[in-house]
Design a protein around this ligand. Structure first.
Ligand code: SF4
Length: 388
């Protein structure tokens, strides 16, 4: 898979199984690929892991990158296993002759290497020179490693300068993008469990992507790695950087106008629709007064009102259904849209639905909208006070 240049930004994740356990690792790789991972990294920390990689690589649905720390022989073993890429940590693989040996072997085999600098394991000399794991120190570590690679004529390189501090990571990548022409792999390292880890990862990665920085990414979450792959994919889809592959469920946050338990309906709809793997945007809105209009950009949506659901396509009401059939109607219509297209489903709409919906809206406005603050009485009181 091409990374960098005009290639789509790719999503990465890392297996948590023992790489030597080939079947368990492959099972996780398939789950990661299904959730949106384009590239998967596996640790290569021992000979059994390298031997496992030799069996995993030909059966994997996505390219496999071997993660190397400390041991040059593991990098060489991973290359023997036929991996598609290596990640080297310059902080703990420090001997120049060993780094150049790996780069030469990778060059001869046409295998790219990621220089994976990590603030937590920065080379001690650089840490001391810069007085800490500063953005400048992270970039300097990558620059020194790159210079070794260039000595042996190897330039098929990606670079990452990760930190667990979002601010440090953002500054480091900005500097890296000014310093290097190589593709950058983005990530906030050790971001932690959900939901905080997701927030930190998104804050760092999305900020940089919005500035046009970054070619590939990984969320580092203390969670099932499937969550990492899913988050990466969803982030890229949300930013319009990758085509939508699956469902995009939007829902209103609910408020006092809501006619149903929006959280419950949205969760039910998400569960029912996610299985269908349809690349459409579906809206769940809590009331018919504002819902269809606010979600008119959605391919399909449902809004609740007076014990009934208004099913709409691109803001146009196509059917009114009983409240307890809302989710089922949504799923049925989603399938029909996938099979027939939006135009055909709009043409097949119930022609009386718009009038029914308008009557529901009017009833709700009467009940909740027009005098919920007793406006007439208040105005009279205000006038009385200001005139006296
Ligand atoms: S759609 Fe209706 S229920 Fe949902 S937030 Fe807007 S006004 Fe409130």
């Amino acid at each position: 898979m091409k990374v960098g240049g005009d290639a789509p930004i790719s999503v990465q994740s890392m297996t948590t199984t023992k790489t030597a356990n080939v079947d368990a690792t492959l099972e996780q790789i398939y789950a990661l690929a299904a959730a949106g991972a384009d590239i998967v990294r596996c640790t290569c920390n021992e000979q059994a892991a390298a031997e496992g990689l030799a069996q995993i690589v030909p059966r994997s649905p996505v390219p496999i990158v071997a993660d190397i720390h400390f041991h040059v022989e593991m990098a060489l073993a991973a290359l023997e296993a036929g991996v598609h890429g290596l990640r080297l940590n310059p902080g703990n693989l420090r001997k120049p002759e060993e780094i150049k040996l790996v780069a030469s072997e990778a060059r001869d085999r046409g295998v790219p290497i990621r220089i994976g600098v990590n603030a937590g394991s920065l080379h001690p000399d650089i840490y001391e020179r810069f007085g800490g794991a500063t953005p400048e120190a992270l970039v300097e570590s990558a620059r020194i490693e790159l210079a070794y690679f260039e000595e042996v004529g190897f330039s098929d390189v990606k670079i990452s300068v990760k930190a667990s501090s979002v601010a440090t990571m953002i500054a480091a990548y900005r500097l890296a993008s000014e310093t290097f022409e190589h593709p950058l792999h983005l990530g906030v390292t050790e971001a932690g469990p959900l939901p905080g880890g997701l927030l930190k990862g998104t804050a760092g990665i999305a900020t940089l992507l919005a500035e046009g920085i970054g070619d590939t990414l990984r969320y580092s979450l203390t969670a099932d790695p499937v969550e990492e792959a899913r988050a990466g994919r969803q982030l890229l889809e949300a930013l319009g950087l990758r085509e939508r592959k699956g469902l995009d469920l939007i829902a209103c946050p609910s408020c006092g106008r809501a006619e149903v338990d929006v959280i419950k309906v949205a969760n039910e709809a998400q569960a029912a629709l996610a299985e269908l793997k349809l690349p459409i945007q579906v809206a769940v809105m809590g009331c018919v007064v504002n819902g269809p209009g606010e979600a008119r950009h959605a391919d399909l949506g449902i809004a609740a009102g007076k014990k009934r659901g208004h099913l709409f396509i691109q803001g146009q009401i196509i059917r009114v259904v009983p409240e307890d059939e809302m989710v089922a109607a949504l799923v049925e219509e989603a399938k029909k849209i996938a099979a027939e297209g939006v135009a055909a489903r709009l043409a097949a709409r119930d022609l009386g639905a718009e009038a029914e919906a308008a009557a529901d809206r009017a009833l709700l406005l009467d009940a909740k909208g027009t005098d919920v603050n007793h406006a007439a009485a208040r105005i009279e009181q205000i006038r009385h006070r200001t005139q006296s």
